[in-house]
Design a protein around this ligand. Sequence first.
Ligand SMILES: Nc1ncnc2c1ncn2[C@@H]1O[C@H](COP(=O)(O)OP(=O)(O)OP(=O)(O)O)[C@@H](O)[C@H]1O
Ligand SMILES: [Mg+2]
Length: 465
Amino acid sequence: MSVILVVDDERLQRDIIKTILDEEGYETYTAPSGEEALKTAKKYNPDVILADLKMGGMDGIELLESVQKYFATSTMIIVTAHGTISSAVEAMKKGAFDYLTKPLSKDSLLMTVRRAVERTELLKENLHLQKELYDRFRIEGIIGNSGKMQEAVKIMKKVSDSSATVLIRGESGTGKELAARAIHYNSSRRSKPFTALNCASIPENLFESELFGYEPGSFTGATSRKIGMIELTNNGTLFLDEIGDLPLLMQAKILRVLQDKEIRRLGGKYPIKVDVRIITATNKDIEKELAKGNFREDLYYRLRVVVIELPMLRDRKNDIPGLVQFFLNRYNLEFGKRIKGVDSAAIKALVDYDWPGNIRQLESVIERAVILCDTDTIALRDIKSELRLSERSGSFDFDLPEGGINFEELEKDILKKSMLRANGVMAKAAKLLGMSYKTFWYRWEKLNSDHPDSRDEALDQEDSN
Ligand SMILES: Nc1ncnc2c1ncn2[C@@H]1O[C@H](COP(=O)(O)OP(=O)(O)OP(=O)(O)O)[C@@H](O)[C@H]1O
Ligand SMILES: [Mg+2]
């Protein structure tokens, strides 16, 4: 039930309004002055406060100011005597939701109160969502006790409150975007936008208009003004993912944003001041692009003021059980399941696996297992096929060529590749293919009998990669 507080120094007025609102099913309280109103508000945290503008002591405007300060989710309606509209307008400017003039009509009273209640509900919902967002991306919520992860978390905490540019490095699925969000939601920019842009997914000719926007007429087809992402993110954080794929021309423009803190819309006459924090990420060797001249050195140094390295999951296997539990909780909640845990054989398989897709892959394995599992414990059978499947498709995905294939060559190729993946450890290579050691050895020997050196050759190749 919505709570309404009626503030008026005239008793009769208070009582009439209270009666109307009570009848409508609201929980209504009254107060004879602004001072009393604040006390009552503290006790009942009203959704809507309906206050007379002119009262002895604290008047409606002063009350409004206090309410805004201390009761963030209360909505205020001001009641004025006929002829004092200008002060009502002033109250609206200061943040009152609406005003009513005396004598009150029952209909407009009820309608305005109803709309005010709706606004409060929206406010509460927004606050709730915002809190959920903060909770979800708390730095403390990042799972990882391993040394390398702790190191990364320490840096995240340290840099959050500065506006320093941060470069996050890590293989695919190691949590780069999560880290960027955690930094944002831990910074004083948290209530401002966080915008993520994947540089690899934008066609080169659209980059500028996406990031910087344009003025009408700046090119054929630009019929109206478009505000670019950087402007929309003003005072917030811009996350540029796969920064290594940023075209050279755009690199120069981003550099300018960092140096001069301004942008220019395409076709725009004047620069526009912006304040955005830039966080970038890459899973590539950006230094290689630097050496090849594909990445500007000056920008590179600007971006890597702080570098955060996210470890691969296979290098922090101790964290796997904790992550599994974390995702289990998440997907239990999402799918309304009550799976208690994962049995020891399954945990062992999860820890043994080498996770080429890192945490993202682990998350999807657990998500799938939660969906499929029909007991209260996830067992090996719920995850087995997934692990083997992804292990294979990672390196052996291929289309059957038009002209068919030479099966022996293909087999040789597969064996060789798995040997490479397994760093020449035959038992491991066999496991990768789901074969016994004996079968693998037999095939390997047979196929390589005319090339006695091919195993070494395979390993040489790996070294030069
Ligand atoms: N330490 C962690 N604790 C909990 N969840 C995590 C952690 N790291 C990553 N995740 C989750 O794993 C998934 C992948 O993370 P994210 O998208 O941040 O990775 P990424 O490095 O950006 O991947 P890609 O390179 O593929 O874009 C997300 O659902 C994220 O919430
Ligand atoms: Mg990502």
